[in-house]
Design a protein around this ligand. Sequence first.
Ligand code: ZN
Ligand code: ZN
Length: 213
Amino acid sequence: MVAKIRIDFHVHTKWSYDAFGDFFEISRWARFKGINAVVVTDHNRVTIHKPENINSTLFIPGIELKTPYGHVLGINLQDDLDIKLSKENPLEAIHKVGGFCVLAHPFDSRGNRKIKRLEGIDAIEVLNSSSILFKHNFKLSRAYAKMLNLPETAGSDSHLPSAVGDAFVEVEDNEFLDAMRSIFNGRGKIFGRPTSIMNKIKLNLLRITKIKF
Ligand SMILES: [Zn+2]
Ligand SMILES: [Zn+2]
């Protein structure tokens, strides 16, 4: 049966040094917001190793890597990354384990606009709910994706469970794997809004307790 599948492509968990929330809390918020699946993209770390259904939310293995290209998301990884290769050639390391490479928030301060070579990037994250200049970055990123003729993705970049699902990709498909393929073939529709001010305040207060300066 063809159904609408909604995937948040960029979610951090408590396993990121600057984020909070376990899978159950994330699942609760995902269901509340009508999200079917989330990609777990912790910083430089593969937190789950196979797709897992937890409380009716599908958790998909992923990673967010700091690279010379800026932040790159590895989506739908089939295996753990080769650590050495991920430092030398992050895009190749992601592709080697069957993942897709998404250039995350290319136009905000965390991105890298000096990219010369883009071979290996499979899609551009054009909506990122945690971007400070949300609309501005959206416009630039969308134009960039169009120019490069690459598909678009969207993700909350949530560091708190209550921000999960603030941005997502929607696609109509039979099942999850088809949905992923469709999205990377450019058939996904993106939706999103900036994370609420309340979430930002809460996150910054919580971070004082977590990050040691
Ligand atoms: Zn990032
Ligand atoms: Zn992130």
